[in-house]
Design a protein around this ligand. Sequence first.
Ligand code: ADP
Ligand code: MG
Length: 728
Amino acid sequence: MSRLRFDVVQDAFKKKAVSVDIPAEKVSEYFGELVFNRDKMQKYLDAKTFERLVNCIDNGGALDRKTADLVAAGMKTWALEHGVTHVTHWFQPLTEGTAEKHDSFMEYDGKGGMIESFDGKSLVQQEPDASSFPNGGIRATFEARGYTAWDPTSPVFIQDDTLCIPTVFISYTGEALDYKTPLKKSIKAVTEAALPICKLFNPKVKKVFSYLGWEQEYFLVDEDLFAARPDLMLSGRTLMGHAASKNQQLDDHYFGAIPSRVAAFMRDIEIAGYKLGIPLKTRHNEVAPNQFELAPIYGEANLANDQNQMMMNVMNTVARKHGFVVLFHEKPFEGINGSGKHNNWSLGTDTGTPLLAPGKDANGNLQFVTFFVNVLAAVQKHNSLLKASVGSATNEHRLGGGEAPPAIVSAFLGKTMTDVLRKLLTVPSDTPIEIAGKKGASVGLVEIPEIFLDNTDRNRTSPFAFTGNRFEFRAVGASANCAGAMTTLNSAVAEQLLDFKQAVDAGMASGKAMNIAVMDCLKPIIKSVLDVVCFDGNGYCEKWKTEAARRGLDVETNVPKLFKAFTGKESVDMFSRLGVFSEVELQARNEVKWETYSKKVQIEARVVGRMSINHIIPAALEYQTKLLKNIDLMRASFPDDYKSMADTQMGIVREISTLVSDIKSKVDAMIGERIKANVITDEYKKALAYHEIGRSLLEIRKSLDQLEEIVDDDMWPLPKYREILFIN
Ligand code: ADP
Ligand code: MG
């Protein structure tokens, strides 16, 4: 066993970078090559069809059957030129990750042969037999019909030999069974709520957009070492393993030189991403050893989220070519940072005005402050819900674990904006908010520095930070579908904007000028958010927990309990008012969340039990036997002094016995708890029971890791942290 480990580690260390096929053309020439974007539409569709499709994409509405047939025909021609043979409706069920069922283009031609066929009906709608996707009891399995429907706002793309059609996934009774449907509804809600407010400042605005820029963190592990760790294979993280002597304490990995095997992998995924039209921008080493990050230029939220899902798929596939496995798990290794997926979020108008960045004049600045403050109010009101939206069995190990995010959703503004807000409370409501320096000395004026973006200070401990032209929701987990968090944030902001607009309208109806009505409405909100949700201090320190609780922010860390926020009155009212989720959908989705939570912990518990009994205890006993043999030989050779001479060995023998029996009894107790938990029928209560079982795994782990420190390295059956984390 130990030889195997040694060989695997040696081989992994010696692996060289895989060579990458770099296209001869510039990136700009092959960017979007595998996407049926507007260029392709124009080329492969007649002018009328093109116009109808673009209208449907830009302004919503359904495609008539005839147009759909023409669009499908154009897509088919394009796809066949790329050697495509299959087509799939690509959707995002509640399992996380994406789902696809491939159908070939082949149909009988009626003359004894076959023909490639793809019509509008198969483009627009399909009925996957989706009974086994999680649905929280919305559909009993005997009426398993759900359907997928094309989302024309997200372009069709080619993956290998398959034409992928991004779709929503809905039950026949109309409930969403996926992530995309509610995300799209929330985008509609927030952009429509923002529009009338924008019109107060600029009547020319016709449309508002919701933007997302994700930053994907991940770990790479050599695939042979991965395969030697049952815990990584089955749960995506290490469930045991003592910290290496060196980990991230020297800060030498962050932004360090990218190892050559990893650099080759990054180049390869970038090429694949560019072909899929994903505007990848940033790549770098992260804080922890073997941890990296990838980020594109931000884009429209629904498309950006699809692209994140596409990219995660690409990364999984391309990694194997390079002898790696990608870990998206939020906490694959104890004692070093875990992986998040910062969601950079903002709103902007069709006139090109960002709504979360200072404007060009006092009018623009008031618009900025209006949106800025309303976002804070939304985050304050729904802070429990926002935390719930990022909760999962895997992200639970990050939440409250001394790394972004703390399990309290507060907002970081930075000194500049905090000062601006404080100042606004002290001046008359018609005081213009100027760009600094424009009006000379600043006495009595409210000013925003002109160069703003680079001035905003950073606070890595805040889960929701303002970073100059956007908010960065940092609590999202690396493995999550961004839609969970984005749907919640969009909805919370939409509700707040609707209420705010009503209040402003009332003010204006009573004769106030627009800017005064707006500022009069903003002032009490500013006072409240500064007192409650805004926090620029260290989010990791203990004092903040007490302070946050005093302020009325949610400090709960138990993930199954967090999910309750989704069905609380305020959430149900908000989601149903906006048409994003019905109460039935919220309940159903919570059932899915609890069930998934329990299953994930159950898998981990089984793995820990089996690895303890089948891997670790046998290794410990083998070493113990070796020591006992040594003691026997000591006694034979030195009958008079062996007791003092073999004192150390005897001590280790005893220590092993204590740890082994401790592990065995804890594993037995944990199995007993599982037996009890498994018969609980209420998913919430079951998840609570599994939450406790999850805690007990940490206790077992402590003893396992102590054994790792004692047992002969040669006999240790699992690759150790030092071996997994420093292979490049
Ligand atoms: P940082 O290290 O500052 O977090 P990164 O470059 O890693 O920055 O990622 C920042 C992400 O935020 C990118 O995806 C970027 O395109 C995105 N972003 C920048 N401006 C906006 C904006 N106004 N709205 C949404 N996302 C934005
Ligand atoms: Mg970053």
